[in-house]
Design a protein around this ligand. Structure first.
Ligand SMILES: *Cc1c(COP(=O)(O)O)cnc(C)c1O
Length: 407
């Protein structure tokens, strides 16, 4: 039998070094569980970084993909396919948006919003409107446009120059936006809940004020809902919590349950913002990805996923709050988030990466956000007994957490 350690050590010799996978090799998943090549079972509360909206190998998703792959995968965007039409119709009918465009990832969706922001105003005859306002601490992806909008310097080291015309202001600080927004502003880009940045929920008031400022200044308001969309926060889109309607948003991660797919969804007035020929993608909207996307929505309806997210979120949130009280601020500093995107902020003395390793040894998979926040983003089909199981492992490991080397 091959071992995790041996196989992953050998694997490292084949890959570029920019990603650092844990020394573990998975070969099977079902629901909220994963199995490695040694046959160990893990509880997956990382959920492929908030991607596994309907869990691993959901039968509805599996058979939709199997059926589709046998009938039609790809025809390019020179033609329609039946699945892309059905998915576009489904997304527009479930959201405040009228038009969609499909891509292959979150970064590509945000690239599209960036280009759309500028070209929309250009088409209106307003060629000076190129400024994009984005937030410090944000994450929008790794391609140049998306990276340029990302408000975290650590992702940009050695990669300058960035795309020009993008300015960052502190998240949740409306005065900072007021100072720089004007007739030169094409769009404001914001995550309603900063996920990668450390699980920071944007307040209703802040999001309302951003909408007002954009309206007063003729700027577009875009939300990055790549991580928060698709039920993750307990509503279909996180924007529903505040009632604020942006002019468009990006989607990806949970949209096709693990199959690579992304999209932008926009209001009617942006339909001609990118005129014919101004932007395109070869794979975006392929029949296979869209069949997966349709299957995810079918599961959402058949299994009342949004209700489950709300229910399980309250268990998980209550459990994490109890844990924080029990452990004290020497270990757990804060608990925050929405739906099944919750974070437990660790005290500075704890070594977060070593902690993830300890949790893995107890067969629990979690990820970090913002460096020191334990992120809980399990499959949206998770049930109470698994939440309790996960919490008890976290409690056990955090009762004697790995400390940072004292310098
Ligand atoms: C993950 C993420 C992205 C990037 O998506 P990719 O599919 O990795 O390109 C963009 N924005 C947010 C908010 C994300 O969480």
């Amino acid at each position: 039998m091959s071992s995790n350690l041996q196989t992953s050590t050998e694997a490292k010799t084949y890959f570029t070094a920019n990603m650092r996978p844990a020394p573990i090799v998975f070969e099977r998943g079902q629901g909220c569980h994963l199995w490695d090549i040694e046959g160990h079972e893990y509880l997956d509360m990382c959920g492929g970084i908030a991607v596994l909206s309907v869990g691993h190998s959901h039968p509805t998703l599996v058979s939709a993909i199997q059926d589709q792959v046998a009938s039609l995968m790809h025809v390019s965007n020179l033609f329609f396919n039946d699945k892309v039409i059905a998915l576009a119709k489904a997304i527009t009918s479930r959201t405040v948006f009228d038009r969609v465009y499909f891509v292959n990832s979150g970064a590509e969706a945000n690239e599209t919003l960036l280009k759309l922001a500028r070209r929309y105003h250009y088409e209106q005859g307003d060629k000076e409107r190129v400024q994009i306002i984005a937030m410090e601490g944000s994450f929008h992806g790794r391609t140049y446009g998306a990276l340029s909008m990302t408000g975290q310097p650590k992702y940009k080291i050695g990669m300058a120059p960035m795309v020009g015309g993008i300015e960052h202001v502190p998240f949740m600080n409306i005065e900072a936006v007021k100072k720089i927004i004007g007739k030169q502003t094409a769009a404001v880009m914001v995550e309603p809940l900063q996920a990668e940045g450390g699980i920071h929920v944007g307040s209703k008031r802040y999001l309302q004020q951003l909408r007002e400022l954009c309206d007063e200044n003729g700027a577009l308001l875009f939300y990055d809902e790549v991580q928060t969309g698709y039920g993750r926060t307990g509503e279909f889109l996180a924007m529903e919590h505040s009632g604020v309607e942006p002019d468009g948003c990006s989607l990806a991660k949970g949209i096709a349950g693990g199959f690579p797919l992304g999209a932008i969804a926009v209001k009617e007035k942006l339909t001609e913002g990118l005129p014919p020929g101004s932007h395109a993608t070869t794979y975006g909207g392929n029949a296979l990805g869209c069949a997966a996307g349709l299957a995810v929505l079918r599961v959402f309806d058949e299994e009342n996923i949004l209700d489950n997210v709300k229910k399980q979120s309250s268990y998980l949130l209550a459990g994490l709050n109890q844990l924080r009280e029990k452990l004290g601020t020497d270990i757990a500093v804060d608990v925050r988030g929405q739906g099944l995107l919750l974070g437990l902020e660790l005290a500075d003395s704890i070594d977060p990466l070593a902690l993830l390793g300890k949790l893995r040894e107890q067969n629990l998979l979690l990820s970090l956000a913002g460096g020191k926040v334990l992120r809980f983003s399990p499959p949206l089909v998770i049930e109470q007994d698994l939440i309790e199981q996960g919490l008890s492992i976290v409690e056990q490991v955090l009762s004697d957490p790995p400390k940072k080397e004292s310098k």
